[in-house]
Design a binder for this molecule. Structure first.
Ligand code: CP3
Length: 343
């Protein structure tokens, strides 16, 4: 059965513009909170294939989005490399021992060995392949090496990235060593997800915008492009989506073997279309807070649809949905994307 989402990723004609939402499986859904409470803490939910598959399917059932995104977290990679991870309530993720020295880096697992430890993720995918409606696509994902490294070096989320940047300017060779080690795990991790049944993969570079242009291409994009080349050579039929957040002024220099470019909400869609629309399918980019107001949501969808007329497009938000969005507003977004793009 052909999947409209996969067709759209590959640039084929579709009856309407398919839609999904970043962070669509999460706390704005009461049924997610129920399962999450049953699992105990967040990481236990990620480690439990049955429950992870269940929450993956919740937004598909509730909203009728065109794709499911595997329920997991980008930080399971550093966790399985050997870094102790906790999610502190209202504070987000924390690593107890951030990477400071060469010895810290050397003590971490690498490559295929780490990818194999993430077997619970592949088990979740295998369950989903059986349970997901075959007209819907399953998206696997990973964090980009740079975004993962920011957590591994800072030990938590950061506003300034000062520890990473000190390393970048004072010991760039060491930062490259960290990035290269993470890149190697990401390649195998995405490959294993594809082998388990992921139809599409997305690479989240959420903290791309923290770097100035030259540094971005040297410390982040270069590694993303390597991952894309590796996956495309082996699995040319699997679409790759990249999502580098907040690098709208760097679009002229984007290159590489991927299919879909995720446009974040700070980058005007007109600009993305002008710079990248001929080469790649564009995904995005409604400002997620517009979901608080149905009228604003509809207006934004109309506007994006008009801009993307005649260009290849997938609807999404320009970053993740927030936990206090009413479910009916999320449903309104999905319904409106389909209605307006069918016209
Ligand atoms: O629905 C989906 O998108 C699939 C699941 C998913 C989660 N995290 C679940 C999650 C995905 C794709 C992610 C990616 C992720 N995780 C990113 C990249 C995307 C982005 O939003 O920029 C990043 C930077 C992370 C790291 C992370 N995980 C943070 C900073 C936090 C805490 C902040 C928060 O939203 O609470 C998490 C926790 C997390 N990951 C939750 C969920 C549903 C909330 C945990 C809970 O249920 O308590």
């Amino acid at each position: 059965m052909s999947k409209i989402f996969v067709d759209a990723c590959l640039g084929k004609e579709t009856p309407y513009t398919p839609v999904w939402m970043m962070r669509q499986a999460g706390r704005y859904l009461p049924e997610y909170k129920q399962v999450r409470a049953k699992a105990g803490d967040f990481l236990s939910l990620c480690h439990n294939p049955k429950l992870a598959a269940k929450v993956t399917l919740q937004p598909v059932d509730r909203l009728d989005v065109d794709a499911a995104i595997l329920f997991s977290d980008i930080l399971v990679i550093p966790n399985e490399m050997g870094m102790e991870l906790t999610f502190v309530k209202n504070e987000g993720p924390k690593f107890s021992k951030p990477i400071k020295t060469k010895e810290d880096l050397a003590s971490l697992g690498s490559g295929l060995e780490v990818a194999k430890k993430l077997s619970y993720v592949y088990d979740t995918i295998k369950i989903l392949k059986k349970e997901l409606n075959p007209s819907k696509a399953l998206i696997g994902f990973s964090g980009a090496p740079w975004t993962l490294a920011t957590y591994m070096i800072e030990g938590q989320g950061s506003k300034t990235y000062n520890i990473c940047k000190k390393m970048l300017y004072k010991d760039s060779k060491f930062l490259h060593e960290i990035l290269a080690k993470v890149t190697c795990v990401v390649k195998y991790y995405l490959e294993e997800q594809i082998k388990a049944g992921a139809d599409v993969v997305q690479i989240f570079d959420s903290w791309a915008g923290a770097l100035e242009k030259d540094a971005y291409f040297d410390f982040s994009w270069k590694y993303i492009a390597q991952i894309c080349t590796y996956i495309k050579q082996k699995y040319p039929h699997i679409p790759i989506i990249v999502f580098p957040k907040a690098i709208g002024t760097y679009l002229d220099d984007i290159y590489g073997d991927f299919d879909v470019f995720g446009v974040d909400w700070s980058t005007p869609m007109e600009l993305a279309k002008q710079k990248l629309g001929n080469k790649y399918v564009l995904q995005g980019n409604m400002e997620p807070c517009r979901l608080y107001c149905k009228q604003e949501t509809s207006q934004s969808i109309e506007k994006i649809t008009n801009i993307m007329q005649g260009s290849r497009h997938i609807f999404n938000l320009g970053h993740g949905i927030l936990p206090d969005v009413p479910v009916e507003n999320a449903k309104h977004f999905v319904d409106e994307c389909k209605r307006i793009s069918r016209k």
